[in-house]
Ligand binder design. Structure first.
Ligand code: FAD
Ligand code: UDP
Length: 369
């Protein structure tokens, strides 16, 4: 009899399993996939750590979480600074003095501010949608070239029909700082995320290709408690309805050249290019293998925003009224379970960054272990 059965070898499950094991509990981890690490899974392609479920950049302001992950692996000094490509014109992101200089030829922060001030006048009163919010933050020129097309491709809707908060989290800086995140700590695990999760799970029994829901009775029979990080609606056999997700489709290509675009991320901000961005994975680790050698080939992923349908990979929870209400109903059911605890992005139907999911798992261990 195990003390804990952990369903899901993603970050939430792996952190919980590590902490439980270290406190002397017996733990079994199962995952229905044929690999550990959940969506942060990386695998080697042509010597490059390829992020199979989308590019993952670790960034946090949480020192406890940063110290925690650094116990398992070393992080490199990668800083996310995407480039925007608008019909062949290249701009720095997030919006900063390099962007303003390229857009308008302005040299000083005061000149940039004056330009934005002049363009934002067209928005009167409180911004009521994403278009108005964007224009009021950075002016119409930047909105037209760097925001409108990208946002409409990503969300499949007109900017006038999108809420303004989506754009508010993008930094606007009057300095020459291309760091996309406002985070104290940032980096990529040297050798890939899978290696980090392998370390977390060291000495812990893991069964892959094992679907908990398909073997529920048997698995419930061998553990005292279950930590479930799969989808909460699937746990209840969708009896109240299906929770929806927004999905992404990746088209991956290995190219016989050392350098395709010179950066990890290039956003295509026009409306016509069908994908939103191209990730070139080798640049997360500076184009080198673990021994510091240059890699002769490269792998790129084109990202297409796609409608989700049941059976597709669930990526981003949709926090609209219908789904939030449905989740609340499932959550109410889950509170009646005495043997099972739900956690993680699917178990809680919540968009978590990696640092937030680790924080949440650590908090849970403090509560229940
Ligand atoms: P998951 O990683 O999904 O793990 C759940 C596991 O449970 C999976 O392995 C699944 O196979 C398993 N499972 C489910 N059902 C069952 C079952 N019935 N039986 C057995 N196993 C089951 N965060 C950042 O901080 N920075 C980023 O740059 C970033 N980029 C992202 C890009 C994309 C495209 C997406 C979608 C997310 C990104 N995130 C990023 C968020 C990050 O992926 C999550 O925070 C993290 O993966 C959540 O971990 P988790 O353990 O909750 O879920
Ligand atoms: N965005 C944009 N142009 C860009 C990058 C982002 O207009 O080149 C907008 C877009 O609406 C996006 C939002 O800013 O949804 C937030 O961007 P972020 O990269 O944080 O979003 P994510 O891709 O992680 O959802």
């Amino acid at each position: 009899m195990y003390d804990y059965l952990v369903v899901g070898a993603g970050l939430f499950g792996s952190v919980f399993a590590r902490e439980a094991k270290d406190k002397g509990y017996s733990v079994l981890v199962v995952d229905k996939r044929d690999h550990i690490a959940g969506n942060v899974y990386t695998r080697k392609v042509e010597g490059i750590n390829f992020h199979q479920y989308g590019a993952h950049i670790f960034h946090t302001n949480n020192k406890e979480v940063w110290d925690y992950v650094n116990k398992f692996i070393t992080f490199n000094r990668f800083t996310n600074s995407p480039v925007a490509n608008y019909k062949g014109e290249l701009y720095s992101l997030p919006f900063n003095m390099y962007t303003f200089n390229k857009m308008w030829g302005v040299i000083t922060p005061d000149e940039a501010k004056a330009k934005i001030e002049e363009q934002r006048k067209e928005v009167v009163g409180e911004p009521e949608n994403l278009e108005e919010q964007a224009i009021s933050l950075v002016g119409r020129d930047i909105y037209e070239k760097l925001i409108k097309g990208y946002t409409e491709k990503q969300w499949g809707r007109d900017c006038k029909d999108l809420p303004s908060f989506i754009i508010k989290r993008l930094p606007v800086r009057f300095t020459f700082d291309n760091n996309y995140f406002n985070a104290l700590y940032q980096g990529i695990p040297v050798g890939g995320y899978t290696k980090m999760v392998e370390k977390m799970l060291e000495g812990i029994e893991v069964r892959l290709n094992t679907d908990y829901l398909a073997n529920k009775e048997e698995l419930d029979g061998i553990a005292k408690k279950v930590i479930y990080t799969g989808a909460i609606d699937a746990y209840y056999d969708y009896k109240l309805g299906t929770l929806e997700y927004r999905s992404v489709r990746f088209e991956n290509e290995v190219l016989d050249m050392p350098n395709f675009q010179g950066n990890a991320a290039v956003n295509y901000t026009d409306r016509e290019t069908p994908y939103t961005r191209i990730i070139e994975h080798k640049w997360f680790e500076f184009g080198k293998d673990e021994n510091g050698n240059d890699l002769p080939k490269t792998i790129i992923s084109k990202e297409y925003s796609s409608e989700w349908k049941p059976g597709d990979e669930p990526y981003y929870p949709v926090n609209d009224e219908r789904n939030s209400k449905l989740y609340a109903e499932y959550k109410a059911l889950s509170l009646n379970e005495d043997k099972v605890i739900f956690g993680g992005r699917l178990g809680e139907y919540k968009y978590y960054d990696m640092d937030a999911v680790i924080d949440s798992a650590l908090k849970m261990t403090k509560e229940v272990l």
